[in-house]
Design a protein around this ligand. Structure first.
Ligand SMILES: NC(=O)c1ccc[n+]([C@@H]2O[C@H](COP(=O)([O-])OP(=O)(O)OC[C@H]3O[C@@H](n4cnc5c(N)ncnc54)[C@H](OP(=O)(O)O)[C@@H]3O)[C@@H](O)[C@H]2O)c1
Length: 333
């Protein structure tokens, strides 16, 4: 496993981290505590020292399991969490305004779940674009930082516009973005700007919710409790968070075309090559694939040791994106 510095935090984190939305036990189907803890353990054994979670994942369950794991582990793990979507779920919509008291309350909820005194990295969890334009949300984080509740703050954004607004604030340490072979717009429109501002990039949904592993066929049915069934067209939340905004059947076709370019093998399967592609893009700090099985963690962490994707394949993937994939992406991005 190789390590890279996460923007203004100055901390070296593994270039393959672990996304833990799956540990919430909702949106991806159920997961037992035991399986969740095994996934965390295996990731750390393989060199992962960065977990991404959120207060909303299972309304505290993902954070609580991580807290339990942190108590037993001897290794140093940096945990990034997020605030605001839990309120959005509980209130069935956004509050008119986010106040400092709400931020403090959210942070204390996460501190308790994680069993720590201060959060390593707190991120806004995809709040409305208008809040980025107004800028008050950045000052709330600065205040929480001054109070010692958090060490660093960043933003999980949905669009280039939001990302560019966030990195203008000198306190913004990192951006979390939907970034994968399906979503190449950021390569030129956000990553260079973030790098110039010394803002770390956490690439989420790097496998397009599993599509970029090449394992799905047309007509595949996901279970009712899986967001890939109820949010495939963006009915519950931003369509980009499911299959990166690409309609499923088209995504299966694109994954086939990507496989023909990347030529996966048993030693370097498609999931690893898709993660490798993200790691090869200038400005990316870390990919944070989610996993529901230990074997997935084992395969995904190995992406760090693969050689870079060769230039002709990179070029062919860009052309495929420009000509076929880009017009198929739904939602603001
Ligand atoms: N708004 C936000 O801030 C936001 C939104 C989305 C995600 N995130 C974060 O980003 C993380 C990653 O995104 P994501 O989990 O949505 O999408 P993802 O990483 O693109 O896809 C994860 C899914 O892909 C499949 N998978 C993973 N590794 C595999 C492998 N080696 N071989 C075959 N299949 C594999 C698994 O599907 P199966 O379960 O079907 O096996 C897994 O649940 C999340 O866990 C979360 O921490 C944040």
């Amino acid at each position: 496993m190789k390590y890279r510095t996460l923007g203004k935090t100055g901390v070296k984190i593994s270039e393959v981290g672990l996304g833990t939305w799956q540990l919430g036990g909702v949106d991806w189907g159920n997961m037992s505590d035991d399986d969740a803890l095994k996934i965390l353990r295996r990731a750390v054994d393989l060199g992962v020292n960065f977990f991404d979670t959120a207060d909303v994942y299972g309304l505290g369950r993902s954070e609580t399991l991580i807290g339990k794991f942190l108590k037993e582990t001897k290794g140093k793990v940096y945990v990034a969490t997020k605030l605001s979507r839990r309120r959005w779920v509980e209130m069935k919509g956004w509050p008119a305004k986010y106040t400092l008291d709400m931020v403090r309350e959210d942070i204390r909820f996460s501190l308790k779940n994680l069993g720590v005194d201060s959060l390593f990295l707190q991120q806004w969890h995809c709040p409305p674009t208008e809040w980025y334009r107004a800028g008050d949300i950045f000052e709330l984080m600065e205040k929480a930082k001054k109070e010692g509740l958090i060490r660093h703050w960043g933003c999980s954004v949905e669009s280039v516009e939001e990302g560019l607004l966030a990195i203008k604030h000198p306190g913004c340490a990192s951006l979390q973005v939907i970034y994968n072979i399906f979503r190449q717009k950021l390569t030129t429109e956000l990553l260079p700007q973030a790098k110039a501002a010394n803002v770390g990039i956490l690439a989420r949904v790097p496998l397009a919710s599993g599509l970029l592993t090449g394992r799905f066929q047309k007509g595949h049915k996901f279970s009712d409790g899986d967001h890939r069934s109820y949010n495939a067209d963006g009915k519950a939340f931003n369509v980009g968070e499911t299959f990166a905004g690409v309609p499923f059947e088209k995504g299966v076709e694109f994954a086939g075309a990507i496989g023909a370019i990347l030529k996966p093998t048993e030693k370097a399967p498609m999931a690893q090559l898709a993660l490798r592609w993200v790691l090869d893009q200038d400005g990316v700090t870390t990919v944070i694939p989610g996993a529901t099985k230990i074997s997935q963690v084992e395969s995904n962490t190995a992406a760090s040791d693969l050689p870079p994707i060769a230039a002709p394949a990179q070029g062919a993937l860009r052309e495929l994106y420009d000509t076929k994939i880009r017009p198929a992406i739904r939602g603001t991005y």
